[in-house]
Write a protein that binds this ligand. Sequence first.
Ligand SMILES: Nc1nc2c(ncn2[C@@H]2O[C@H](COP(=O)(O)OP(=O)(O)OP(=O)(O)O)[C@@H](O)[C@H]2O)c(=O)[nH]1
Length: 420
Amino acid sequence: MDQFITAFLKGASEKNFQQLAMEFLPQYSALISKSGGMLSPETLSAIHYALQEGRLSDVMNQIQEAISAAENAVLEVAVIGESGTGKSSFINALRGLGHEEAESADVGTVETTMYKTPYQHPKYPNVIFWDLPGTGTPNFHTDTYLDRVGFANYDFFIIISSSRFSVNDALLAQKIKDAGKKFYFVRTKVDSDLYSEERTRPRTFRKEQVLQRIRDYCLSNLTDIGVSEPRIFLISNFDLDAFDFPKLEETLLKELPGHKRHMFALLLPNISDASIELKKHFLQEKICLEALKSGAMSFIPFMPFISGFDLPQQEQCLKDYRSYFGLDDKSIEEIAERLETPLEDIKGQLKCLDFWSFVKDDSIIARARSAGEAFCSVKGGLGSSVVQALKVYYMRTQFLNVVVEDAKHLLRKMETVNIA
Ligand SMILES: Nc1nc2c(ncn2[C@@H]2O[C@H](COP(=O)(O)OP(=O)(O)OP(=O)(O)O)[C@@H](O)[C@H]2O)c(=O)[nH]1
């Protein structure tokens, strides 16, 4: 992402807004090539034209609106399935909760899902998972089901089964498609299938073959009952990283609109280095946009004093990053408990907890830098834009890198507990 900021600074220092605008689109596309990005095509072209014409306050407003839309996006996910298929476990996994936690969806072996039940994400109140009754319930009617559950509110539908999908599942999928919504089939409990197969046929057991057989079975089962090219994801709620859950995440991220994609990326559990890196990509995009916004804003004299990236904002930024990666105080306490390690020991291993170590610098160079920054801020113009863009970019990047490093470190530790 360094190319993005370099291109911005080069264009800015040459006072060439045309050049800056020309660089912006390819640099932004490269930046979001892995994550998909949070800007809609309309916002992207509005920023491009505003940059081209040197309308910096419009650039700032467009970016601010896009960031607010992403931060306040509402996401409602419908999860449909029979009792016992693992719906609640799936919802809990997406909410980052374990089976025993108080706020978990009710997980058990008796039927607990009779009506549609909302489960809010504990950290993101705008994200709601709806536990909806399966298509096998006696009063299921394909023609009325979607209206009864209020289909228009949901961003997408997950149809869950732990064995085979039914004709009613297929009919419902068709209705969801006709209503212009997306649906995905999730086959849970593949860990149990593998376990049983290995126990019964230890000599001929091949994990990939068993998984392929389950996949083929679900596929033919669904195509036989009329779903064309169904997308099926095999998962274990007990081991999210092991099967198709990462592919499901990737598919959902690709297919959600930009502003919702960002919210969904942040809530995904840290199940592997790859999932941590994916989340990091989303935040890197946001950092570049924040830096661009700050640069545009700082063109105006005194603006950095009024709404710059100062200590309280920096502290909040680090706190937010910690929360996105499950390193907030409450999560660290829970991790220490699970690792059966004293909390202070765990805290001692994490670099992201000491905010002051990042910002405390009494050296002469640091003092000269802040005097220069203040001088530029009073004058405004390109000097101030460049200084503020760099400050936002490098400080946020530093916070993000340290938090990511700590998240990976704790993931390693947790893996040792899961293996044991
Ligand atoms: N082996 C295995 N067991 C699972 C998996 N997902 C859920 N279970 C178990 O299956 C049982 C039912 O899971 P729930 O998540 O309660 O299923 P549900 O569909 O929400 O069922 P209701 O709560 O009755 O609506 C529980 O004992 C879970 O621990 C999985 O992926 N693998």
